[in-house]
Write a protein that binds this ligand. Structure first.
Ligand code: TXA
Ligand code: MG
Length: 328
């Protein structure tokens, strides 16, 4: 078996799904592209292989993992009691960036769910990864391929920079088209509960199912231990503000990086500026978000200031990520 920490070289970057499959079959983790962010994948049915994901990411062991399937036909192998409304969502959004929390079967190893009665499942929508999954006889467990707590990767190069010395292979699928993690939903009978905002907006779900509600965090129940408050965080001090002009004014002596939705109307005298969508398109902004955060964090700034986004559509998910990035 590939020695993950004895590796002196960087991961190989390529588009060979058979090579990726070979590493996975040997029990090694491989980074895979999805439409949302890159995942750090391992054979979900091999406990030792899954354990390596936690080691590479330095992820707390109680934080459960999403099961990535090759298609909805695989679902019955791993879950029970699928509500009608879940079937509707599957028909609409799979393959795609929607993760469902469903009653797990015995076939799902303990290391995936850590004592929870439900397992998170999705079918990712990326041609290379779908082809890879169809070549495997097991599903892939895959969290985002970043060190725990850090900004998620949306390009193979981000993975290479963050964990490249710890894994043998990165399947390079180019830039992730959505750029923000999957939306996670659970069910109370036939009611939809959103656990994590993501690439599928609340409005898109409500168009299919009618009103949804939000999971309310309760620190006393281990329902969703991974929905950690501090998350997606750059190493540079990060502030989220409603009025970036005012915030900049209060930090005059500093080397400032600015993360903006649209092109500002005036020329600002700051060190580095990232505009996520010149024309103010939220979907485009989401797809550019993490790459811009990676660039800002690599620019040796004293501080990064992000503006609050419009709170509708995918803007809600962007604000969620920015809020968590700003938690100290
Ligand atoms: O878009 C995505 O979902 C990406 C790509 C790679 O598929 N994956 C991803 O995984 O974002 P991760 O591990 O970074 O985030 C998944 C979240 C975590 O907060 C985890 O705690 C939660 O889902 N989760 C996983 N299984 C769960 C379960 N059985 N019950 C409650 N929460 C769960
Ligand atoms: Mg993550």
């Amino acid at each position: 078996v590939y020695p993950i920490f004895a590796q002196s070289s960087m991961a190989e970057l390529g588009t060979d799904i058979h090579k990726a499959a070979a590493f996975l079959k040997q029990g090694n983790p491989v980074a895979i592209p999805t439409e949302t962010v890159y995942g750090l994948a391992a054979n979900a049915l091999d406990e030792k292989a899954v354990r390596k994901i936690y080691e590479v990411k330095n992820r707390p062991l109680h934080n459960p993992l999403i099961l990535h399937l090759s298609g909805k036909e695989e679902l019955d192998k791993y879950v029970n009691d699928i509500p009608t409304v879940a079937h509707q969502l599957i028909e609409h959004f799979w393959p795609g960036p929607l993760t469902l929390l469903l009653q797990k079967k015995e076939t799902v190893p303990e290391i995936i769910t850590h004592g929870m009665p439900r397992v998170a499942v999705r079918v990712p929508n990326h041609p290379l990864t779908l082809e890879l999954l169809k070549n495997l006889s097991f599903p892939l467990a895959a969290p985002s391929a970043n060190p725990s707590g850090y900004i998620s990767p949306t390009q193979a190069e981000h993975v290479q920079q963050q964990i490249g010395t710890k894994i043998p292979y990165i399947l390079d699928g180019g830039n992730c088209t959505q750029g923000i993690e999957s939306t996670i939903v659970g069910f109370d009978n036939n009611e939809v509960i959103i656990y994590r905002l993501g690439a599928v907006s609340m409005e898109e779900i409500e168009n299919i199912t009618g009103d949804v509600s939000f999971y309310i965090r309760d620190e006393n129940t281990p329902q969703a231990p991974g929905m950690l408050l501090k998350h997606y965080s750059p190493r540079t001090p990060f502030y989220l503000t409603e009025d970036y002009l005012l915030t900049i004014k209060n930090m005059e002596e500093k080397k400032i990086g600015l993360l903006l939705f649209k092109q500002p109307k005036i020329n600002l005298n700051i060190t580095q500026q990232e505009v996520l969508s010149v024309n103010g398109n939220l979907k485009e902004a989401a797809s550019n978000l993490y790459a811009a955060m990676h660039r800002l964090d690599a620019a040796n700034l004293d501080v990064i200031i992000a503006e609050k986004f419009p709170d509708d559509g995918i803007g809600k998910a962007i604000n969620d990520r920015l809020e968590r990035a700003a938690v100290r």
